[in-house]
Design a protein around this ligand. Structure first.
Ligand SMILES: CC(C)(COP(=O)(O)OP(=O)(O)OC[C@H]1O[C@@H](n2cnc3c(N)ncnc32)[C@H](O)[C@@H]1OP(=O)(O)O)[C@@H](O)C(=O)NCCC(=O)NCCS
Length: 332
């Protein structure tokens, strides 16, 4: 029998309605549309507003849409993994909340945290459960409500992040479609440049941590930029080389959407033309675990069976990686 691969057989995204534009940010911090556009490529991002609206709202919206469009019964889902850095609560897992909301009563579910590389780490993890032959239907969600941990008086970070996410369905394939390879990395020394200081077990929340604004994203942007531009490009080039792919063989680069300049550098290094690069950073900013499934969702109609996709990401940790996918279906 042919080797079992994990094929992506459907994708769906979900973003909240509220649009936070660069113009509105100009009224909140000392910044301007020209600076944000030229330094990052971002024009607007979505914000999930309202009481008791956590990341599970985004994940639930994406999974409901996914089940509906693929004609999948929620009871047939074996496993649901949610990649997120902004879980509804420290526990239980946001994946459990999503499974409950959609009626996936036979699934076991858990969260995976790898910051902006979360979706790729979860996709690679999930694919193993399919490849062993043990499970038949696995959902991977990448979703984040970044607005819940952003200081909207800090112009270095508030211009970058937004809320949103997406989900994919993985099923077994024996014709060679699906997740063909992955290369994943972490380097814990990166913690100093991108982290949240309080609210975890090392420094639980106190009135002092609140006053010191330690429950927000702390980022040394230029350090993260340097790291990202080198490593995202390297790991994308590495997976191509390992699989004997040239720029011409790649139908699409699906990059994490953190900064347009980082995306351009990655495409250049890979020898992939800009018209083959999925891009939606101008609309959503950096949705952390959400960027890659949101891209796949928006470009789904342009994807053809057999297309070679290189997914690439980097993020806090540091974490970074690339996944090579052979697309398994023509979109109807
Ligand atoms: C954050 C980021 C956009 C900043 O861009 P940059 O070109 O590195 O800018 P710098 O931080 O060097 O700042 C350059 C100048 O712009 C200013 N500046 C910073 N943010 C600004 C803003 N929102 N509006 C206007 N000016 C701003 C800085 O104060 C600095 O001014 P100075 O030269 O007078 O000190 C960029 O570093 C970046 O994208 N980093 C990676 C972030 C990322 O991907 N994070 C997610 C990880 S998954």
């Amino acid at each position: 029998m042919n080797k079992i691969t994990a094929a992506i057989t459907g994708v769906h995204g979900w973003v909240p309605d509220y649009v936070l534009t660069n113009k509105e940010l100009e009224t909140m911090v000392e910044t301007n549309d020209e600076w944000i556009t030229s330094r990052t490529g971002i024009k607007e991002r979505r914000i999930l507003k309202g009481e008791n609206q956590g990341t599970s709202v985004i994940g639930t919206g994406a999974v409901k849409g996914l089940l509906e469009k693929t004609g999948t019964d929620a009871k047939d889902i074996d496993l649901l993994i949610c990649a997120t850095t902004t879980p509804d609560m420290l526990f239980p897992a946001t994946a459990n909340v999503i499974s409950h909301n959609v009626g996936a009563i036979n699934a076991f579910s858990y969260d995976l945290q790898a910051a902006c590389s979360g979706f790729l780490f979860a996709l690679s993890t999930a694919s193993q459960f399919i490849e062993t032959g043990k499970y038949k239907k696995v959902i991977v969600v990448g979703a984040d409500k970044m607005s819940s941990i952003i200081d909207y008086t800090d112009r270095q970070t508030c211009i970058i992040f937004g809320d949103g996410g997406g989900a994919v369905l993985l099923e077994p394939d024996t014709e060679g479609y699906g997740i063909k390879d992955s290369i994943l990395h972490t380097d814990g020394s990166g913690e100093q440049f991108l982290h949240m200081k309080a609210g975890g077990s090392r420094k639980p929340a106190t009135p002092e941590t609140l006053l010191a604004k330690e429950h927000y994203v702390f980022q040394e942007g230029s350090q993260v930029f340097k790291f990202a531009v080198t490593n995202m490009a390297s790991v994308a080039a590495e997976i191509m080389e390992k699989n004997n792919l040239t720029g011409d063989d790649v139908a699409w680069l699906v990059p994490h959407q953190a900064n347009k300049r980082i995306i351009d550098a990655t495409a250049n290094r890979m020898g992939v033309n800009s018209d083959k690069v999925m891009l939606n950073i101008h609309k959503y900013g950096n949705t952390t675990s959400g960027t890659i499934p949101l891209c796949l969702w928006e470009y789904e109609k342009q994807l053809k069976k057999g297309d070679n996709l290189i997914l690439a990401a980097f993020g806090g940790g540091f974490t970074w990686g690339s996944v090579y996918v052979k697309w398994a279906y023509d979109s109807k």
